[in-house]
Design a binder for this molecule. Structure first.
Ligand code: PLP
Length: 423
């Protein structure tokens, strides 16, 4: 798939007059079209809902766009719950899929009526104590262990993952929860990340549907919703084929009809908790070239660094780079594109063929709309960038300002030691 940016050099030169680089910019039109497509892909399931994984792009403006498509939020921490509550997401539109959960977060999630997804059997007691009682609606996270395979190909290894309960624990948990007053039950599993295949969701759904059938047989409990969680990936590399969400929806439907319907589970709601699929392609990190260096290699230094986008440094992840205005020029130079951290893994690209780059060029780093800004940090005293939203009419809105030194120093609230600070 040829990767084309959603902004042109001309647009960027205008935008950068008002908002200095680096910044993340999001494409509202793309976000909307994709959210619409996901809804269509699961329209066969009347109870379907996407709970957007807030951690991917925790920005209230983005959440409000998705809300228009009846999306809920999937939260994993107190502040994500607080943001969902502040944006008036109703409780049944907030999923709390956490792990290693602090008691006060259970208490707050219960208070705002979020759907709580238990990661461990010991959390039943903890939740009961923290919230005063077990909520009527409850979900449990399943981990089958072993490797997760599709056609004998290992996609991921749940046996090494810290999440979820074993099958015997799930059966036991459902019995206990029922005794303690739960009435509406859900199942959840997240078994492979960033899958670029149309078969991940249908295969996962098949496993969860069979588990729901066994739960019905052994406990009499009718699972009412099945949460397929995240994991639908995107083609970060130009040679990858993108997922076909319509085929994915149809694949889940085939499993539903084959496994759930025959045992009388005909009105199970399908939920998803997608993050990457919803946002990653609709974000770019825009950065300007400020330095070039010719030593043992050819280096291009930019004004963004790994604190703005951690994935290459953390996972060796590939992010496609376009030199604005040079989209159609031959990639006949090979560069390492670096940030300024005192860390040699602060490289957005290594040995990347690109058109000839000059100081002042704008680089468009693709697919930063999810797990981009949100994984940011302040190492080397670097400040977080702004986030901008490109509206459908071409106008640009700042949806988060860049940090200033004042933000960086704000937590040293001790005037005796920093009284000479000039802010
Ligand atoms: C990270 C996460 C997601 C979102 O994953 P993506 O790969 O971004 O779709 C969903 N649910 C849970 C519980 C997660 O931890």
């Amino acid at each position: 798939m040829k990767k084309r940016p959603f902004v042109t050099k001309e647009q960027l030169e205008t935008i950068t007059q008002q908002y200095p680089t680096p910044f993340h910019i999001y494409d509202e039109a793309g976000i909307r079209k994709n959210a619409e497509r996901l809804k269509q892909a699961f329209a066969w399931n009347p109870g379907f809902r996407e709970y957007f994984a807030v951690k991917a792009t925790p920005n209230p403006y983005i959440l409000n766009i998705l809300k228009e498509y009846d999306c809920g939020t999937d939260c994993s921490s107190m502040t994500e719950l607080m943001m969902s509550k502040a944006l008036n997401f109703p409780g049944d539109h907030i999923m709390f899929s956490s792990n290693d959960t602090p008691a006060e977060e259970f208490s707050y999630a219960a208070k705002i009526g979020a759907v709580i997804n238990l990661d461990d059997i010991t959390h039943i007691e903890m939740l009961e104590q923290a919230a005063g009682s077990i909520p009527e609606t409850i979900c449990c996270r399943f981990n089958p262990g072993g490797n997760f395979e599709i056609h004998n190909q290992i996609m991921d290894n749940p046996g090494q993952a810290k999440y979820g309960m074993t099958e015997p624990q799930i059966l036991e948990a459902f019995r206990i929860l029922q005794q303690k007053g739960a009435r509406h039950f859900g199942l959840h599993a997240f078994l492979a990340s960033n899958t670029v295949t149309n078969e991940y969701y249908p295969t996962l759904a098949g496993e969860l549907f069979k588990l729901a059938a066994r739960i019905l047989k052994e406990t009499g409990i009718r699972v009412e919703f099945i949460n397929l969680s995240g994991g639908i990936g995107i083609p970060y590399r130009p040679d990858q084929e993108e997922n076909d969400i319509m085929a994915i929806g149809a694949g889940v439907r085939a499993q539903y009809e084959q496994i759930l319907v025959p045992c009388g589970l005909t009105d199970v709601k399908i939920y998803t908790e997608l993050g990457r699929f919803m946002l990653a392609p609709y974000g770019h990190l825009i950065t300007r070239v400020i330095h070039e260096k010719h030593t043992h290699k050819e280096y291009i230094g930019v004004d963004a660094c790994a604190v703005n986008l951690m994935r290459p440094a953390m996972y060796g992840a590939y992010h496609h780079i376009t030199v604005a205005g040079k989209e159609d020029q031959p990639c006949d130079h090979v560069y390492d594109v670096t940030g300024s951290l005192c860390e040699n893994n602060d490289k957005f690209a290594i040995d990347r063929p690109l058109p000839e780059i000059e100081i002042g060029d704008l680089l468009i780093i693709h697919d930063t709309g999810a797990h981009g800004f949100s994984m940011g940090y302040n190492y080397n005293g670097k400040l977080r960038s702004a986030e901008l939203l490109l509206h459908e009419d071409g106008s640009v809105q700042m949806i988060r300002r860049a940090e200033t030194p004042k933000d960086y120093f704000a937590t040293f609230d001790f005037s005796d030691i920093l009284n000479g600070l000039d802010l």
